[in-house]
Every structure is written in C-alpha cells, then in structure tokens.
Write a protein that binds this ligand. Sequence first.
Ligand SMILES: Cc1ncc(COP(=O)(O)O)c(C=O)c1O
Ligand SMILES: N[C@@H](CCOP(=O)(O)O)C(=O)O
Length: 547
Amino acid sequence: MSSHTASQRYLSTRGGSYHLSFEEVVLKGLASDGGLFIPEDIPILPDDWASNWQHLSFEDLAYEIFSLYISSAEIPPADLKDIIRRSYSTFRMKDITPIVTLDEKKNIHLLELFHGPTFAFKDVALQFLGNLFEYFLVRRNENKTGRNREHLTVIGATSGDTGSAAIYGLRGKKDVSVFIMHPHGKVSAVQEAQMTTVMDANVHNLAVDGTFDDCQDFVKALFADPEINKTHRLAAVNSINWARILAQITYYFHSYFNLIRQKSFLPASHIRFVVPTGNFGDILAGYFAKRMGLPAEKLVIATNENDILHRFWQSGSYEKKPVHGREAEGGIPEDGVKAHESGVKETLSPAMDILVSSNFERLLWFLSYEVFSTNSDAVSQRRSQAGDHVRSWLDDLKSKGGFSVDQHILQAAQADFSSYRVSDDETVETIKAVFSAPSSEGYVLDPHSAIGVAAALRSAEVSKPPSTHHIALATAHPAKFSNAVERALPDQKEYFETKVLPEEFKGLEDKPRRVSLLKKSDGWEGVRRVVVAEVEAELQAVERAAR
Ligand SMILES: Cc1ncc(COP(=O)(O)O)c(C=O)c1O
Ligand SMILES: N[C@@H](CCOP(=O)(O)O)C(=O)O
C-alpha cells in the first residue's frame, strides 16, 4: 500500500542542510549548528488514504505513516512492522489510544493517550524510540566486542513524564546508558517515584536544584560540547529528537478515523485538536499531520499559567515573562501561584511548567519559509534564509529574553493555530465539572488533560459552524497528579483509591530509590563530569561481568 521512497534529507532549523539517513538523525538528536532537524519535505498523503487507512489498527496505521518518512532500504518493512508491534504490545488497551465522548451535545471528545507503561502520552513515542535505538545498535555492533561496541549515552531533561517514559523504554537495554535530569522537588510524587525506583544499572537519575528549563539548557549545552561528543555518542529522548514527533503523528490520524466510525461525525465536519502544551512537541506532530493532509480545521494550543505561547499567538512577541516585583521579592503573588526566580510558575500541571518551548523553533522555520521567501528564489536559498531568520530570533531570545515577529508571520501562525490560557482555578473547576456532569459522570481528568478540556469548551463557544468537533488530548492518567485531583474532588478519596488508582502505583512511593543531587551552579560541566564518570563505571562493570 505504501510507496517506499528514498530516505528523506534533513534540514536544520538554523540553516544547515544535511545528507543524513533517518538512522543518523535519530541517533544524533540535535544538528551540529544547534538547530533541530526537520525533514526536507513533508510527505503528502496518498490519494486513497481516507478509504484505505480507515479501518487499520493503530499499529498498521503507524506503519503506513512511518513508511512515508523512512525508506524500506533503511529499515526493511518486516523489521519496521516488528519494531512497531513490540512498541505497542506494552499498552494496556487493544486500541492503544482510544477516544471517548465527554459531551455529546457540544461534540467534545477525549483522546486518551495514557494507556502505556508510565501512564502518559510520552509512552507512544518513547516505547518506539527505545526499540529503534536498540535496533540500530544491534545492527551497528554485529561482530563487535568490548570497547569497540558503539555505546549510546542518552541525555534527557524532564518535567516528569518524558523521564519515566524514557527510562521505561530503555531500562536494561544493552549498549545504552540513560541520564535523566529533573527539577528537584518540582515533579509529582508519583512521577519522581516512577523514575527513581528503577534500579537497572544503565539508568541514572539526576535531580537538579533548578527548573525544567535549566535541565533542558544543560541537555542542549552537552549536545553542543565538542569534548564530550569526541568521547561519547550522545542521543536525545526529548522531543528535539525527530523520531519523537514522527511517532506522535499516528494518534491524530487514528482518532480522526475513530470519530469517522462514530455515527455523529460526518467526514466533512470541521474538527479541531486541542493540545495541552508545554514544549510544543505534541502539537507539532498535529501540525505535521495537518500538513500531510489530515483535514483538521485548527490546532488549539492550551497552556497553563506559563503562557509564553498563548502570549505569542495574541501579540506576535515571544517573551520570557519578566518576574513581577512582588514575586521577585519573595512576596505572595496575587494569583497565589509561586514563581521561580527564572519566571516559571509552579502550577497544578507541573509537566507544563516550561518557559521556553523547544519545538516552537521547528514551527518558526516553516512559518518563515512560507512567509518570507519568494518564488523567484531557489529552494535551497529559501531554506537557508528561513534558517537565518530562526537563528536571529533565537539569538535575541538568548541575549534579550525575547523577540517579535512580522505581522505576516503572526497571521500565518493564526491560520493554523489558536490558543487559550487556563488558570489553576479553571483547571480545578473543569475536573469538578466533568466528574459531576451527567454525560461523563465519574470521569476523572488529570490537570493537564483538564486544561485541554477547558480550552476545548471555550473554543466550542466560538467555533463556526457550531457543530465543529473538538478532540482534546488527554495526556496523562489522573493518578500521576493526585494532589490536583484531591483539590478538585476532596470528598472522593475512596472513589479515587478504588476506581482510579492503578495497581502499578500502589506501594510505588515506598520502594528503594537511586538518584544523585546536582547543583544548578555546577553548570552543564558538572553534569558532564557525572555522565563521564558513571558511563565509565558502567562499562567497567560490564567488562568485569564478561570475564
Ligand atoms: C502530561 C503532559 N501534558 C502535556 C505536556 C505538554 O506536551 P508538549 O511538551 O509536547 O507540549 C506534557 C509534557 O511535555 C505532559 O507531560
Ligand atoms: N513535559 C515534558 C517536558 C519535556 O518535553 P519533551 O516532550 O520535549 O520531552 C516532560 O514530562 O518531561
């Protein structure tokens, strides 16, 4: 059914052009000019996609989509199918990412993405990425022994969910060490326990006394460091890795087909995807799906009170918010939300407490390519000009704390996306309202998913036609964020424990843990020292065991 074209070439968002295979892009993570990889062309769907894909299983759909990006010469079809099958065999639901209707009258649906091993949407991509890493390493290490074997040093930053999903996707895998940095004390109790109770020798947790953005900066600094890149093959598990975005495209198509199968939905209906957004990876996958040809009328960004993206969509200015005077002095802010000295607020949806959204850079490249270049320019020139614009914006972000774009860029961004900011109070109210609504009675949302539902309800009020369907992405299981749920449903403790809490979480917080504390003031060089020492210790242990 699918056409196995040659592997794509990849561009960097900062202007570089690379003759790299999919394998090289996945293993490299970040381009050497500091940019993010994007495929040179976004494939267009085959003419018969709607009829031929309509009844496919999640796994078969993933195969069709991935085959448009990965050449069969690089990963033979049987191998790709096997990687996909193994990646989704760990999910608890046969349908992998089922859809439920929350409000029949308003056409609000929920796309449940939390049925994988760590109960968050990250599993969809990280189970696949873990198996891809393993597949490439087995192939590269055939007939190699000892220190001649290629060893992957995975470095990741997490606000709680990517870390556990990456750890579960890579624990115990041969020739891979995993280092995950999280902001100390700023992830939920379950998230912290999920990460730090994994005792496999190749898993290393680092708790940094800073924010998620500090951890993400350390990751990028390590990827840019020539010294560690000479001695270690670094790999990325964050959504800077192109394979993460690719894997997340599947559920946009899958949920579209699931709706088609429902009686109330006509293929010609308008459809909006509403995505609780932090690092902009999940919604970027939706953007790729739309560009490929999925008929999504709009992609709706739902932010928490860390609203840099929402402010951009209102104004065209991408500014790290200045710290308000009273908050900076340590006073209690009027909205009751604590702000870290860097400007990030601590909210009830901690996985989205992110100031700078990594993947927004990828969207900026596409906007710039479309808006600024003229048809008389050669394609290669247009691409490199787009990279120049992105580089200059990001330089301003670093040196001046922000940048503003031309009105035409803003209009192009508004054509595909709209945005809403949802407060903690509204998050709590939404969890309450959905729990007690007759149409969804007893359904418990996690706070991130509640942000998506709140935005979907607001979008539904203004959508034209009013029959527009909204698919809100449910990105995590409520039991990962029990403090927010308790705040919303204080009288439902017994219901939560008997009907909501998964068996896997019972007793998790009492298990032994392994984690190293790291001072932000030690900088990325401090992280490098730990990584180098721990990889060496791990390799020596493997050698001792082989003797
Ligand atoms: C539960 C949850 N929801 C939403 C998000 C935001 O997704 P993205 O960073 O891809 O925008 C995250 C983390 O990234 C998350 O962990
Ligand atoms: N919310 C994320 C933050 C990292 O995002 P990623 O998609 O770039 O890995 C998390 O849970 O860690």
